[in-house]
Design a protein around this ligand. Structure first.
Ligand SMILES: *[C@@H]1O[C@H](CO)[C@@H](O)[C@H](O)[C@H]1NC(C)=O
Length: 465
């Protein structure tokens, strides 16, 4: 269902109709002779018009021949199409080039949404900050299987941005499509990322992406940019940055920040990888409908992952050829989709959705690259384990605080407190909480223990699953 189409930009127009006649308001003072002549002329015109209509009614075959000549014949060259209902497109004009923004190339930005209302403010902040000319970006949203108020919130935010007083803010054509796919898996981190649920989840996601794209891709689009709503940090110039590589499919590296006690940061998107011999051998042993989901211990594929190749100081323009890709942020030339590459909702070479998309694009000889040192940051959503862990830490912190207060209280009664001790206690508290619950809060222990590092590594493994 296409609920909203807020049109600000142009999409397409028939050749020959893109002009306007502005009425001339100048009226000379009329004189009797002049008035008479004008009346006569008007009557003749009326008579001519009526007889023409009668003729057209009597001889329908005239219509096709006469009408275009009368309406546009003088204005359009004979080879052009004249009918209002016919659109003419030259697809050689929308192939996609490295400086699309200079050539006015249109980008279709696709975002699937599911119970995403909490992410929408951040997502719209990203939209506002995009430096690619907004009027060249058409937005497409798919709202599916949502139980929160994603749809109404989205409508409000779209209205705000399209009515923004800043003329550079409004986007082109916007489509919001609503369709449920029966995603039954809960949207929390645990169930979304659990291994069992993956294959099915990915197939449904693939269908959702295909629906969204096939409903909104227009012949005017040169590029398609897929972007998830839960990206926390990304360069404002990301579309141009990816476009400059002029590849058929380009993805950045995707990491996520972590709380300090988990190590500060971590690779997030493990779906961008290069094929390996081990994985190909594994694929051969699997059932034809099986889907390998990368990043899970169940399938040890030994594939080089884009995420692990990151060097924070590496050249952000460096490219790496990929076979499978993740879906957080994909810039692809529209011609890739027009050629028939899609997100397989079935096992294609033992992969589905975006990983299958990467494989299919490669199979059709399109270029697929990742940028190992160009990183965007996915939102960190604590897992149930993390939350439990944090709660324990908080409780221990409170307990420690209480203990210290009691101690301070007993000290106070014996000796007056010096200003220095309070500072020392504050910093102690901070260090104590950073240390994590595994380190026992024996008060005079050295603060930086090995425990926190060991813990970080273990959690890395569990998150990788
Ligand atoms: C967008 O830009 C503003 C101003 O530079 C900044 O405060 C805000 O955090 C940016 N939004 C995002 C999501 O990066």
């Amino acid at each position: 269902m296409n609920r909203h189409v807020l049109e600000k930009g142009h999409s397409a127009y028939p050749i020959g109709s893109a002009f306007k006649i502005s009425p001339n308001r100048f009226q000379p003072r009329s004189q009797p002779a002049l008035r008479y002549r004008r009346h006569l002329f008007q009557r003749l015109c009326l008579l001519g018009g009526i007889s023409l209509i009668l003729l057209l009614l009597i001889f329908p075959s005239w219509r096709a021949a006469v009408l275009p000549t009368l309406s546009f014949g003088l204005l359009a060259s004979p080879n052009d199409l004249h009918l209002q209902t016919v659109r003419y497109y030259d697809l050689s004009e929308v192939q996609g080039t490295e400086k699309g923004w200079e050539r006015g190339e249109r980008v279709l930005m696709c975002t699937p949404l599911r119970d995403a209302s909490s992410h929408l403010p951040m997502f719209f902040s990203h939209l506002r900050n995009l430096t690619y000319p907004h009027e060249l970006i058409d937005l497409a949203f798919l709202v599916s299987d949502s139980r929160d108020d994603t749809l109404s919130m989205l409508s409000h935010m779209l209205e705000d941005i399209q009515n923004d007083p800043n003329p550079k803010m409004p986007f082109g054509e916007i489509s919001v499509i609503q369709k449920d796919f029966g995603q039954k898996v809960q949207q929390d981190v645990e169930s979304r990322h659990g291994f069992e649920a993956q294959a099915n989840r990915r197939k449904l996601m693939a269908q959702a992406r295909n629906w969204l794209l096939s409903a909104t891709l227009r012949p005017t689009h040169s590029w398609v940019y897929w972007r998830d709503a839960d990206v926390e940090t990304a360069p404002f110039t990301i579309i141009e940055d990816l476009m400059r590589h002029n590849k058929d499919v380009t993805v950045p590296n995707v990491w996520r920040p972590l709380p300090d006690w988990l190590g500060g940061e971590q690779p997030y998107d493990l779906n961008s990888w290069q094929e390996s011999e081990t994985a190909l051998a594994l694929a051969d042993t699997l059932d034809e409908d099986a889907v390998i989901v990368e990043g899970y211990a169940e399938y040890a594929t030994w594939r080089p992952h884009l995420a692990y190749l990151r060097d924070p100081y590496g050249d952000p323009d460096m490219e790496m050829e990929l076979d499978g890709i993740g879906g957080v942020s994909i810039l692809a030339k529209a011609r890739v989709f027009r050629a028939g590459v899609h997100f397989p909702a079935f096992s294609f070479e033992k992969h589905a959705e975006t990983e299958g998309f990467g494989k299919m694009a490669r199979r059709m000889k399109f270029s697929v690259v990742g940028l190992p040192h160009y990183t965007i940051w996915h939102l960190y959503e604590p897992s149930v384990d993390d939350l439990r862990h944090m709660e324990e830490m908080e409780q221990e912190r409170l307990a420690r605080e209480k203990e210290e207060q009691e101690r301070a209280g007993s000290k106070e009664s014996t000796q007056p407190q010096t200003p220095g001790t309070e500072d020392a206690m504050d910093s102690e508290k901070l260090q104590g909480s950073a240390k994590g619950p595994a380190a026992h809060p024996a008060k005079d222990e050295p603060v930086k223990g090995d425990s926190s590092e060991a813990e970080g590594a273990a959690i890395m493994d569990t998150v990788k699953e």
